[in-house]
Write a protein that binds this ligand. Structure first.
Ligand SMILES: Nc1nc2c(ncn2[C@@H]2O[C@H](COP(=O)(O)OP(=O)(O)OP(=O)(O)O)[C@@H](O)[C@H]2O)c(=O)[nH]1
Ligand SMILES: [Mg+2]
Length: 455
């Protein structure tokens, strides 16, 4: 079946040195020939050609451009692709796109170029998803992990586990269908070993999911504490600029301030909050409500205390609120003395990481950055690892696969019939297949809806 030829502006909105209109489909070259007049040579596969975009009806020149034709299947979509590089003005881009649409293309939907690359078998689903992540990456690390996924290392892991599952399935089927034949006897012990092995491989991937999510979406961090302890000073120190107002008047920050920053290559969504305490001031009250909200939504709390003074009831109230959450306690104002000790805090919040600082003198920020890094990469994941589960859809499917293996192992333990075990092994195989798009159907549309136009 002949597919429509699609077109869209592939570069970001706004002004730029150049802008690109991309066309993909069987008519791409025809359309280019209608609207493009090369100055010298004819159009050659994969060679940039200089010339003008000219309306074939009015004869009016629209822009001076470079065009390239990439014959399928060696192109982004695996179809014939044309890219027209014009001046990066929204006027030029709009006019060229209009002309291309008038001459036989239709406007591409979100992610339709990448969807075609997937449907044409050039990318699997997890690779296509990596394209969105690459485009949206804000830190080197996010980019590297996405690139690794695009290059197929991640899919290879999934395929490897699926190959193990196929081995098990084949053995199961043979034993179910020909129980009396003289073939390799599938003992329950052997089955147990294979299933355990698969379960462990899935578990290992899943152990990267927490870090993976943070790498992709950013770590939500809230700076909390009673008024005047140095929360805004910390915000400014971490940002390297005077973003928040700092004064010696308690209650300076009345509204929450949210900023995106990067600490040790980890994307962080940092919120400075209003000092939590009892107040009659209505504006401050609203601010404090927002502080509590941010507190509850964050992945990590940085709880700032004035370490040079005894703990007050306001500090204790916040301590109660912390509960068993992830928290770094910063004993600030060490230049004025250290009255509160790490031990005092540990007795009240056992899971806390306690650090000392004197933000006025710029002391303690580096230790804090190290602590955040350790927390994110803590456990089994290392900074250097670029193979991670960053996608919630993948995580859910891996969770499901793991559960199937646990259920199957339980049945093996109780020597249940092989037919029952096969159902779980099959389901696991399907769940992992959905990650790379091999059994997916309706989910595919959902995935591509998340793309931007022109990609
Ligand atoms: N001596 C000393 N003063 C500090 C230190 N850190 C911050 N301060 C001072 O403490 C005062 C309050 O700092 P902020 O950063 O505004 O405190 P805050 O927690 O944001 O206060 P609110 O917004 O009112 O809740 C300012 O005068 C800071 O200069 C420190 O390490 N030592
Ligand atoms: Mg403040």
């Amino acid at each position: 079946m002949r597919e429509d030829t699609i077109a869209a502006v592939a570069t970001a909105a706004g002004e730029g040195g150049i802008g690109i209109v991309r066309i993909s489909g069987d008519d791409a070259l025809d359309i280019l020939n209608k609207v493009f007049v090369p100055v010298s040579k004819n159009i050659t596969n994969r060679v940039l050609s200089y010339g003008h975009i000219k309306d074939p009806i009015t004869g009016k020149i629209i822009d001076e451009v470079m065009s390239v034709y990439m014959k399928g299947p060696h192109s982004y979509t695996a179809e014939d692709v044309v890219e027209i590089q014009c001046h990066g003005s929204s006027v030029s881009l709009r006019k060229i796109l209009d002309l291309v649409l008038k001459n036989g293309a239709r406007l591409a939907e979100r992610g339709e170029f990448t969807k075609r690359a997937f449907l044409n078998g050039r990318l699997d689903l997890s690779q296509a998803e990596a394209v969105i992540d690459l485009i949206k990456a804000k830190t080197d690390k996010t980019f590297d992990v996405a690139l690794n996924q695009l290059e197929g290392a991640y899919s290879a892991k999934i395929r490897d586990i699926r190959a193990d599952l196929v081995d098990v399935l084949v053995n199961l089927t043979v034993n179910i269908d020909y129980p009396d034949e003289d073939i390799e006897e599938m003992t329950y012990n052997k089955l147990e070993e294979s299933l355990n092995n698969i379960k462990n491989k899935i578990r290992k991937l899943l152990s990267t999911a927490d870090t993976g999510r943070i790498i992709r979406e950013g770590l939500k961090v809230s700076i909390v504490g009673k008024p005047n302890v140095g929360k805004s000073s910390l915000m400014n120190a971490l940002m390297g600029e005077n973003r928040a107002i700092v004064t010696d008047i308690p209650g300076t920050t009345r509204d929450t301030i949210e900023e995106s920053i990067t600490i040790k290559n980890i994307p962080i969504i940092l919120t400075d909050t209003a000092g939590i305490h009892a107040t009659d001031d209505i504006i401050e009250q609203i601010g404090i409500e927002k502080s509590k909200e941010s507190f509850n939504k964050s992945d990590l709390i940085i709880f700032v205390l004035d370490g040079s003074k005894e703990l007050e009831s306001e500090d204790r109230e916040i301590i109660d609120h912390v509960g068993d959450r992830k928290v770094i306690v910063l004993l600030n104002k060490q230049d004025k003395g250290s009255v509160v000790t790490a031990e005092d805090i540990k007795n009240l919040i056992p899971q806390a990481i306690v650090l000392e600082s004197a933000l006025l003198e710029g002391r303690g920020v580096e230790d804090l950055a190290d602590a955040v890094e350790n927390m994110v990469y803590g456990g089994e994941v290392s900074q250097s690892e670029n193979l991670m589960v960053t996608n919630v859809r993948h995580k859910n499917l891996l969770d499901e696969g793991e559960k199937c293996m646990i259920d199957a192992l339980e049945m093996v333990e109780f020597r249940q019939p092989l037919e029952f075990i096969e159902i779980d092994v099959n389901r696991c195989y399907e769940a992992l297949g959905e990650i790379i798009g091999e059994t997916a159907s309706d989910i595919i549309d959902k995935v591509f809806e998340r793309f931007c136009l022109g990609k």
